[in-house]
Design a protein around this ligand. Structure first.
Ligand code: SF4
Ligand code: SF4
Length: 93
């Protein structure tokens, strides 16, 4: 079982991005979730729709990754976020 997770934080005055790269336990395809927290308005659509409970809102009302290894790369969060605050990349194996 190989699990790779790397947390990268990068910030400027206008953009804060959080990237989580994980190699999920079962499909073994690296998935990268990028969150632009300053674009997130905390509506909770992505947290409600994620079938694997990968996402949650923090105490500031911003979405965060809480269970990155479970992400399947389905992109439900990306396609339904009204503010384009999430990007999900499924990398080739
Ligand atoms: S759907 Fe978009 S705006 Fe709403 S909580 Fe998720 S990331 Fe934030
Ligand atoms: S890509 Fe799918 S499994 Fe991964 S965080 Fe988004 S909704 Fe959840």
């Amino acid at each position: 079982m190989l699990v790779v997770e790397d947390l990268v934080l990068a910030g400027t005055n206008s953009v804060i991005e959080v990237s989580v790269v994980s190699k999920a336990l079962f499909h073994l395809r690296p998935v990268e979730i990028q969150i632009r927290q300053n674009w997130c308005k905390g509506c909770g659509i992505c947290t409600a729709l994620c079938p694997k409970k990968v996402l949650a809102l923090d105490d500031r009302g911003k979405v965060v990754v809480v269970n990155g290894d479970a992400c399947t790369g389905c992109k439900m969060c990306e396609t339904h976020c009204p503010d384009f605050a999430i990007s999900v990349g499924v990398m080739p194996t």
